[in-house]
Design a protein around this ligand. Sequence first.
Ligand code: UT7
Length: 347
Amino acid sequence: MVKSRIAGIGKYLPKNVVSNKDLTKYMETNDEWIQERTGIKERRYADRTGETTTTMAVEAATVAIERAGLTPQDIDFIVFATLSPDYYFPGCGVLVQRAMKMKEIGALDVRNQCSGFIYALSVADQFIKTGMYKNILVIGSEKHSFGLDFSTRGRNVSVIFGDGAGAVVLQATNEGGSGILSTHLHSDGESAEILAMYNPGTHANHWGQYASFDKAEIGEMFMSHSMIDEAQNFPFMDGPSVFKKAVVKFPEVILESLTTNHLKPGDLNLLIPHQANLRIAQFVQQKLGLRDDQVYNNIQQYGNTTAASVPIALCEAWEKGLIEKGDLVCLAAFGSGFTWASALLRW
Ligand code: UT7
């Protein structure tokens, strides 16, 4: 049976390093609080003059395609995960297609926040298993720095996030025993509003509050001062509630991937958890009884890069020689939605 394997992987991190101390220029915070609660020491911010979610994605994709021994013309399909697209629409997938001068292939954007890359990988995996495509570019990229509240009001969110991109080329293979073994996707919209951006732009999005379009006053439908005063144009997070759910759902979805394949935590060579908070990753490690060398974290250097965090960490671990052929690798994520997901693969 045809399976999909990662044939090439790349990452891109902006050069601009922003330390915890740098953030104290804008808000009341301190290095001790940030490190103790999140593990983060520094993050990267995109260059304000030209770097976007798409340009960073193109950098990562260029490396991934080259490492797969392909050219952009060989790519059959793009799946792009981000919550910080260059435009409200169109999505970043088409911008990558244009920038990389690819053929007129399909391009799909996935909006699943922290679990976006694993959802994107799962979508690509299905297209490959059905035989529809052979080489799919899967990207996670985020430019958070342009949309954070850098006043003290937004500090619980803003200190966490960073910019960056990761990409893989997912390729059809007949080689038995290697590739993606299974993917597992979940959601529960019950708490959608506890990690969300309510109004990203000029329009109020609360159609539900009006019985019908006719009943809404036109003035109420556009961005108002009160929406700005309420910070509705910035991400909102009830951090402790997200934390409590994450430490339950992370182990659950990792175990689901292992039991589906008749494997145990001890069989894992490397777990790459979404880099949300070092304390969450440490809790998951302890809960599953994993050794330090079985879990890869780099949130200390890059912060939480949402859809980009899993491919960046996977790429970095691979570049350091921590993943070898035949290794069992689990990718797992939890975040806004809530959505959560895992992918188990044999490298
Ligand atoms: O990737 C998407 C999914 N996201 C997550 O998984 C995030 C999950 N949640 C978390 O990581 C943690 O909840 C946070 C890191 C966001 C916050 O840590 P916490 O230990 O839950 O802190 P808290 O929100 O309960 O806040 C504790 C105190 C508050 O002060 P008071 O009310 O106790 O006086 C906050 O105002 O810390 C204060 N605080 C800060 N102080 C200094 C919040 N942010 C900051 C800050 N610097 N940046």
